[in-house]
Design a protein around this ligand. Structure first.
Ligand SMILES: Nc1ncnc2c1ncn2[C@@H]1O[C@H](COP(=O)(O)OP(=O)(O)OP(=O)(O)O)[C@@H](O)[C@H]1O
Ligand SMILES: [Mg+2]
Length: 162
């Protein structure tokens, strides 16, 4: 039976920290569906279409990797996709608190779905989408932290602020 996992997130925008989690989880599982959160009540810098396109542009086409957007309850989406696993990345203790609560709730909602946590790689441990947006907006160096396509899109977004 194919081991399918959902890697959900805002990806606003995708960073090399996310890409590292995707690459490492793909070594463990047959298929990773990167699921871009299309939550209408949240405010994002990029539209769901832009976020999805940037991921597709940053990842070479691979049979074991898909990119989609989703709305609503994550476990229902995972069930619909035949995924038995959810992938999450952990950076700091602050991630743990939230992820712990989400994991317990998701298991209550759908006991058959297991969340797999991957610890960040040291070089990305301080990296988040939020900090990247700040750095690029303030003209800081984002070398090695985001794919080139993301850097271009961010510069375009912020060009009126410069
Ligand atoms: N640098 C990183 N290393 C490991 N995991 C990460 C890293 N960045 C994000 N993740 C994980 O990827 C998943 C999706 O994250 P998300 O899209 O919310 O990114 P984020 O960087 O946390 O964004 P934001 O700054 O908006 O909170 C979460 O499980 C998150 O912990
Ligand atoms: Mg976050």
């Amino acid at each position: 039976m194919q081991k399918i996992a959902i890697y959900p997130g805002s990806f606003d925008p995708i960073t090399n920290g996310h890409l590292d989690i995707i690459r490492r989880s793909r070594l463990l599982l047959d298929k990773i569906i990167i699921a871009v959160n299309d939550n209408p009540s949240k405010t994002f810098l990029f539209t769901v279409k832009e976020r999805t396109e940037m991921i597709k542009g940053a990842i070479p086409a691979s049979p074991g990797i898909e990119v989609e957007s989703f709305r609503g309850l994550l476990v229902r989406y995972a069930e619909k996709k035949g995924a038995r696993f959810i992938i999450r990345g952990l950076r700091a203790l602050s991630d743990f608190e939230y992820e712990f609560q989400m994991d317990l709730m998701n298991r209550k909602l759908s006991p058959g779905i297991e969340t797999i946590f991957l610890m960040t790689s040291q070089k990305y441990s301080y990296l988040s989408s939020s900090i990247i947006k700040e750095i690029v907006q303030l003209k800081g160096c984002s070398e090695g932290l985001i794919p080139e396509i993301v850097r271009e899109k961010l510069l375009e977004k912020f060009k009126n602020n410069f």
